[in-house]
Design a protein around this ligand. Structure first.
Ligand SMILES: Cc1cc2nc3c(=O)[nH]c(=O)nc-3n(C[C@H](O)[C@H](O)[C@H](O)COP(=O)(O)OP(=O)(O)OC[C@H]3O[C@@H](n4cnc5c(N)ncnc54)[C@H](O)[C@@H]3O)c2cc1C
Length: 439
C-alpha cells in the first residue's frame, strides 16, 4: 500500500493530525490498532470530555525541556481549538474555565472528529498495528499487522502483515497511560528504532500509594486540604517539589483527588529516580496554625472537651481518628490535660501530616504519561523530528504533560494540528522540488 502521509494512532492527536493533513490536500492514511478510533476520548472528563480550558498557560505543562509546549500551543491555541470544534459541530460549554461539548457527551467529540476525517478524505484503517518502521531515501516503510487484542491467550496478532510506504509519517501512538484504551507504550519503541531518545515514562495524574497503616483508619474520607510533595535522597536533603490545594480523597492505601493528581508526576519521577518521596498534608490550608492553636487552648480551658468530640466539629470522624492516632493520644482524653508536646503533636497532625509515599497506582490508573520522546529532538514549531526528516510527532507520545482540566487534550489538538499541517506542507514542497528537478 502507498500513501503520502501515514498517521500511526487514531486517538485525539492522530485524528486531529489526519484531518489537518487531509485538509491541506495530502493523501492521508490513518492506522489504528483498536477496533474504533478515539477509544480514550470516550473515557475523558468522566464521559463528558473536558476538551480544553480557557485558562491555559504554557507554564501549566511539564517536560524535561522547560517551555517545550509553548510554541505548539501558540500555533493552534485554545481559541482556535474552540472555533475548530464549533466548525465541526461541537459548540463548547464552560464550567470554571473547563470546556466541554455542549452535549456533555464525550462520544459527540469522538464522533465529530471521525466524521471530519471521513469528510476530509482520510483513509481510515482500524484493527491495524504498526510494528516496524524504516526510513528510506525518500520517505518511510512501515510494516503493519492485523491486530485483534486477546484473540488467543498468547497472540494478539494474526499472521497477516502488510507493507505501507509513505512520504511522511506522523507518530501519534499515545503514551502508556490507560493501556486498555490502546496506548501501551509501543510507540516509544517505534520512535527509538529511528534514533529518538525517550525520557523515562512515568504515570501522572494518578493516585499515590503509601504503606502507612494510618490509611486504613482514614479510608473513604473526602476533605479539603493541601498536599505538598517533598523529594530527596535523604530526609535531611528533601525539597518541596510541588503543592496543590483542593478536595483530597483519603484512600485505604494512600491519597487521591485532583490536588494529588496535579502533584503526582513529581512523586512518580522522583520514585523512578530512587528518591524518597513524602507528602505533607495540611487539613486546614486556609487557617493559620497560631490562630487555630489559640482556639484549641480556649476550648481546652473553658469547656473541658475530650479531644475527639472537639475535633469532630472540624473534620470527618475517620480523619479525627487518624489525627489522634498520629499524635499518639487517646480519643477520650480531656483536652485540659494535654501538655505542650501533645498539643504540638496534634497541631502537626492537622497542619503537617507526613506520609511516606511508596509508589503510584500505576499506568492502569493514570490519566497521562510524564516523559516520552525527547522534545530536544523535535522542532516544536512543526513537530518534525530533528533526527529523521519527514517524521512528525503528536500528542502524549511526546515528553509533555499538562495539569488536570482539559490541558492534555489541548496539547493533543495543538500538536496534532501542527504536525498534520506541517506534514502536508512537507509533502507538497517535496513534490514541487521533484517536479522542478524533472527536465
Ligand atoms: C480516564 C481518563 C480521563 C481523561 N480525562 C481527560 C480530560 O477530561 N481532559 C484532558 O485534557 N485529558 C484527559 N485525559 C488525557 C487525554 O485523554 C490524553 O492525554 C489524550 O487522549 C492523548 O491523546 P493521544 O492521541 O496522544 O493518545 P491516545 O488517545 O492514547 O491515542 C493513541 C492511539 O494510538 C493507538 N496505537 C498505539 N500504538 C499503535 C500502533 N503501533 N499502531 C496503530 N495504532 C496504535 C492506540 O490504540 C490509541 O488509540 C484523560 C485520560 C484518561 C485515561
Amino acid at each position: 500500500m502507498k500513501t503520502q502521509i501515514l498517521v500511526i494512532g487514531g486517538g485525539a492527536s492522530g485524528m486531529m493530525a489526519a484531518a489537518a493533513a487531509a485538509r491541506s490536500g495530502a493523501r492521508v492514511m490513518l492506522c489504528e490498532s483498536g477496533s474504533i478510533l478515539g477509544k480514550k476520548i470516550l473515557a475523558t472528563g468522566n464521559g463528558r470530555c473536558n476538551f480544553s480550558n480557557r485558562k491555559i498557560r504554557p507554564a501549566d505543562y511539564r517536560s524535561a525541556q522547560n517551555g517545550a509546549a509553548a510554541q505548539v500551543l501558540k500555533n493552534f491555541d485554545g481559541k482556535e481549538t474552540e472555533e475548530w470544534f464549533r466548525s465541526i459541530g461541537i459548540p463548547a460549554a464552560e464550567r470554571s474555565g473547563c470546556l466541554y461539548p455542549r452535549s456533555m457527551q464525550a462520544s459527540s467529540v469522538r464522533d465529530a472528529l471521525e466524521a471530519e476525517c471521513i469528510r476530509s478524505g482520510v483513509d481510515i484503517q482500524t484493527g491495524i498495528r504498526a510494528e516496524e518502521m524504516a526510513a528510506l531515501s525518500r520517505g518511510f516503510r512501515v510494516i503493519v499487522r492485523e491486530y485483534v487484542p486477546n484473540r488467543l491467550p498468547d497472540r494478539d496478532f494474526t499472521p497477516n502483515s502488510e507493507r505501507i510506504t509513505a512520504n511522511a509519517v506522523i507518530l501519534a501512538c499515545g503514551g502508556k497511560a490507560s493501556p486498555k484504551t490502546g496506548s501501551d507504550g509501543n510507540g516509544y519503541a517505534l520512535a527509538a528504532s529511528l534514533g529518538h531518545r525517550i525520557v523515562t515514562p512515568v504515570p501522572a495524574l494518578v493516585p499515590l500509594i503509601s504503606g502507612d497503616p494510618i490509611c486504613r483508619v482514614w479510608q473513604g474520607v473526602r476533605t479539603a486540604g493541601r498536599v505538598s510533595i517533598y523529594t530527596g535522597r535523604t530526609p535531611e536533603r528533601r525539597k518541596k517539589a510541588a503543592e496543590d490545594t483542593g478536595e483530597l480523597q483519603l484512600t485505604k492505601n494512600g491519597i487521591s483527588g485532583i490536588p494529588v493528581f496535579q502533584v503526582s508526576r513529581y512523586a512518580s519521577g522522583a520514585l523512578a529516580g530512587k528518591q524518597r518521596v513524602q507528602a505533607e498534608l495540611n487539613f486546614l490550608p486556609d487557617s493559620s496554625r497560631d490562630r487555630f492553636q489559640e482556639e484549641l487552648l480556649l476550648a481546652a480551658h473553658h469547656k473541658k472537651w475530650q479531644i475527639f468530640s472537639w475535633l469532630h466539629g472540624y473534620f470527618p470522624d475517620r480523619l479525627c481518628r487518624a489525627m489522634i492516632r498520629r499524635a499518639d493520644l487517646s480519643e477520650e482524653m480531656p483536652m485540659d490535660r494535654m501538655n505542650e508536646a501533645q498539643i504540638q503533636r496534634l497541631m502537626d497532625a492537622i497542619f503537617s501530616f507526613w506520609l511516606d509515599i511508596s509508589g503510584s497506582a500505576g499506568f492502569d490508573a493514570a490519566q497521562v504519561t510524564a516523559g516520552g520522546v525527547s522534545t530536544r529532538e523535535i522542532q516544536m514549531e512543526t513537530m518534525e523530528s530533528r533526527i529523521c526528516p519527514g517524521l512528525f510527532f503528536a500528542g502524549e507520545i511526546v515528553d509533555v504533560d499538562g495539569i488536570c482540566g482539559g490541558y492534555n487534550l489541548q496539547f493533543a489538538w495543538s500538536s496534532g494540528y501542527t504536525a498534520g499541517h506541517a506534514a502536508g506542507e512537507n509533502v507538497r514542497s517535496r513534490k514541487k522540488n521533484r517536479q522542478n528537478d524533472t527536465p
